[in-house]
Design a protein around this ligand. Structure first.
Ligand SMILES: NC(=O)c1ccc[n+]([C@@H]2O[C@H](COP(=O)([O-])OP(=O)(O)OC[C@H]3O[C@@H](n4cnc5c(N)ncnc54)[C@H](OP(=O)(O)O)[C@@H]3O)[C@@H](O)[C@H]2O)c1
Length: 261
């Protein structure tokens, strides 16, 4: 990581801030990106990063971002929208934005940057997914779609790039406390599931790159077990979820994130 050029998306977010600090401490030369120029500049100041303002829902912005970062040794594709709530509550425009930011942008950035990494014979792509890429839950169909998609993409791309010197890792956090899209809702986790910190997620990303790990799940044991079972037996998981009373916390999360669609 030391001396590497790293492109970090979603740097103004809760996990992004921890990632920027952790990567800088490792000696990385950061380029940070997000939509809001002022917030981005503030985020960049503390770590001496270069900034590129880009809206990942705008296709030409994604290409412009990649073209300005062809020297990247590492891509950390971290930006995402919460995309929570029932599908029937989404307009076509909101639905496209969720798919574009959470799935299309990381796929296209990987495509455009991997080309240069492969030519240099070295590099690493980290895709920040979620435990929601392993287990489906109610009122998260769009978020599940993007994170399941990202998981399939990451695992397959890793195989495609095997032998090129370019690694691909998927880092999947559970519920994150203190900062980020879940913490901002103020909701309790369903069934009292334990949380992790943004720093633990950042540590997971650094570990994934250093050891070229395929998949890193940054979540407490109970969530890792539940998601493994749900991934293997979705019908069983659906029946269990139908019996648990999680409507209150799900509603609070969806209501708090509604304005971000
Ligand atoms: N927090 C959790 O509990 C949790 C759990 C599992 C997985 N994750 C994953 O971790 C990653 C980071 O999440 P977080 O909690 O840090 O989220 P967050 O605090 O909501 O930050 C999201 C980041 O994405 C950027 N972003 C959103 N829309 C964008 C767009 N159209 N163009 C460019 N950038 C955009 C935001 O920047 P601007 O608003 O400045 O554009 C912001 O920097 C995400 O992939 C998320 O799915 C989070």
């Amino acid at each position: 990581m030391s001396g590497s050029n790293v492109l970090l998306t979603g740097a103004t977010g809760g996990i992004g801030a921890a990632l920027a600090a952790r990567l800088t401490a490792q000696g990385a030369r950061l380029t940070v990106t997000g939509r809001q120029e002022a917030a981005l500049k503030a985020a960049a100041e503390s770590c001496g990063a270069r900034t590129v303002v880009a809206d990942l829902a705008v296709r030409s912005d994604v290409v412009r971002l990649a073209e300005s970062c062809t020297e990247s040794d590492v891509l950390v594709a971290n930006a995402a929208l919460p995309a929570s709530g029932d599908l029937l509550d989404y307009t076509e425009e909101q639905l496209d934005r969720a798919l574009d930011v959470n799935l299309r942008a990381p796929v296209l950035l990987s495509r455009l940057l991997a080309e240069h990494m492969v030519a240099r014979g070295r590099g690493h792509i980290v895709l920040v997914g979620s435990i929601s890429g392993k287990a489906a839950t109610r009122s998260t169909s769009l978020y599940n779609a993007t994170k399941f998609g990202l998981r399939g993409f990451a695992l397959a791309l890793r195989q495609e790039l095997r032998g090129t010197g370019v690694g691909v890792s998927l880092v999947q956090p559970g519920f994150v406390r203190d900062a980020g899209m879940f913490a901002a809702t103020g909701a309790a986790t369903p069934n009292g599931i334990r949380t992790v910190t943004p720093g633990q997620v950042a540590e997971g990303v650094v570990r994934a790159v250093r050891r070229d790990l395929c998949e890193v799940n940054v979540a407490p044991l109970e969530l890792r077990l539940l998601s493994a079972v749900a991934g293997q037996f979705p019908g069983f998981a659906e029946r269990i979820q139908a019996r648990t009373d999680i409507d209150g916390s799900v509603r609070q999360i969806v209501d708090a994130q509604r304005s971000r669609r």
